[in-house]
Design a protein around this ligand. Structure first.
Ligand code: C2E
Ligand code: CA
Ligand code: CA
Ligand code: CA
Length: 275
């Protein structure tokens, strides 16, 4: 008979196989899924902290898998990054987002997530220019959200690409601020149009003095560099009040609205007066 030890090892190996199999199954389903129209764009509003007014939307990808139902991007984006499919998928998100936004009666800004691999591609700026031209979206209505992992691998290359994007007229936001190696020099070196504070800090901002201190110092730093700040994950009135008091310009979170399909947002993107 097998010892408990070898049984445990056996069980562990099997569960790893299982997870790896799931990942490769998802990876294989992705291309077909994109062709079959299983991917959808959701939009989450971003609001002015003082007036509550909608200032734009972040585009968030969803996958309605025929067998698994709604799959979270937290699950499939890392797989797409590993396989390289993110290039095609990211492209699709960008083009579809611009195609939608250009139809709105209300010329709000759209923020689209850009994966590190996309940003590292020397052709990316030309590609963005082509999509803007093809769809007719005004460059200043497009904001690209990039993370620190997208700029630390090769800072000089990232800086060059970001400068080219800015020259086109698109906006650049630093996403998930505070979760990586965010340093003063990163903020000084890169010409960001916005800093998005990660929702992990907002979540505990009212009860945790450390989170509050990080949010406050980020706001002071950003003010001194003249960069507006958006706080993510604003879920309740206490979060909002704190951010209002501390001078944070914009918020995004369940308090104002969850990510939704465009069909649910017609009153905002096509307000009656503009139809
Ligand atoms: P992210 O870019 O940080 O997006 C914000 C996430 O926070 C979204 O999760 C959003 O639904 C969630 N969120 C917003 N407000 C609240 C709130 O008040 N409370 C809580 N608890 N959560 C809130 P989601 O949609 O599941 O996306 C997860 C991540 O997947 C994104 O994080 C982003 O890194 C990635 N992702 C999504 N769509 C794309 C895409 O088109 N391209 C790339 N490269 N990544 C994407
Ligand atoms: Ca984002
Ligand atoms: Ca974020
Ligand atoms: Ca995040």
């Amino acid at each position: 008979a097998k010892s408990i030890g070898s049984n445990q090892i056996c069980f562990y190996d099997k569960s790893m196989d299982q997870a790896a199999r799931e990942r490769s199954a998802l990876a294989m389903d992705m291309r077909a899924g994109l062709e079959r129209g299983e991917f959808m764009l959701y939009f989450q509003q971003q609001n002015n902290t003082q007036t509550g007014e909608v200032v734009g939307f972040e585009v968030l990808l969803r996958w309605l898998h025929p067998k698994r139902g709604l799959v979270s991007p937290v699950e499939f984006i890392p797989i797409a990054e590993r396989t390289g499919f993110i290039m095609e998928l990211g492209d699709w998100v960008l083009r579809r987002s611009c195609q939608e936004a250009v139809k709105w009666g209300n010329p709000l800004r759209i923020a689209v997530n850009v994966a590190p691999k996309q940003l590292a591609n020397a052709n990316f700026p030309q590609h963005v220019r082509d999509i803007l031209k093809e769809t007719g979206l005004a460059p200043e209505r497009l904001e690209l959200e990039i993370t620190e992992s997208g700029i630390i691998a090769d800072q000089q290359n990232a800086l060059s690409i970001i400068r080219q994007l800015k020259a086109i007229g698109v906006k650049i936001a630093m996403d998930d601020y505070g979760t990586g190696y965010s340093s003063l020099s990163t903020l000084q070196l890169f010409p960001f149009d916005k800093i998005k504070i990660d929702r992990g800090f907002i979540d505990s901002v009212v009860e945790n003095r450390q989170s509050a201190a990080i949010v406050r110092s980020t706001l002071i730093l950003a003010q001194s560099l003249n960069i507006p700040v958006l706080a993510e994950g604003v879920e309740n009135a206490e979060h909002l009040r704190f951010l209002q008091d501390e001078g944070c310009e914009q918020v995004q979170g369940y308090l104002y609205g969850k990510p939704q399909p465009l069909s649910e947002l017609q009153a905002i993107v096509n307000p009656p007066a503009s139809q």
